[in-house]
Design a protein around this ligand. Sequence first.
Ligand SMILES: [Zn+2]
Length: 239
Amino acid sequence: MKKMLPVVNGPTLNCVLPVSGIKVKYRPFVVKEQKALLLAKESENQENILDTIKAVMISCTDGTLDFEKATVDDIAFFFLQLRIASVGEEVKFSIPCASCDQPVIMNLNLNSVKINAKKKNNIVMITDSIGIKFRYPTFNDTIAIDMMDAELRGIGATKMLIEHIFDDEEIFNKSEYTDEELEKWILGLTQDQLRNIENFFQDIPKLKHELNFTCPHCKTEQSRLLEGLHNFFRLGSVA
Ligand SMILES: [Zn+2]
């Protein structure tokens, strides 16, 4: 009888997601998973890319990564750690020069990409006594927000991320109100009050990295900010 080929177990690694503090055990991705990522990236189909990346993260964590609890930037950070463990920390890619549009080759060490995670209470005061408790967006929230019409995104995201509203006496749980009731309440706020909410969105801990470089073709000094799920997924999928 033919002997079975030996089972090869990869190393088990640990990481703590910087925003939610969730601990994740994972293994590097294997050759077939890397191929699937490259194929998805070449397809340039956003939905296909996200689905493939999600499937790879699920199998590399044996289904333990909680997409409902981890924030979207936690997920993007985790994907970079997975990429570092699997392919290495160096990534080479090209971006067009802002001045002459010629491609500029960049070398980036993914270990230098960090999240500005500060502990916050996620409370936005609307008046002296009325406030909103928010949560940070998850991977699924971000996909849903991306799919909204651009002009509805602000209200849609606000509604989606409210945990509860409170005044100095009571808590008003979101689950007890309809979408229409919440929307009507938000539309009744003043511009200044809305600006407090916008500031909260601006302050959400984000994975970002600033690239400073001089174009080798036209010598223009410039900087480019990498942020958001799509940017880092694209980077992490570069072989
Ligand atoms: Zn240039």
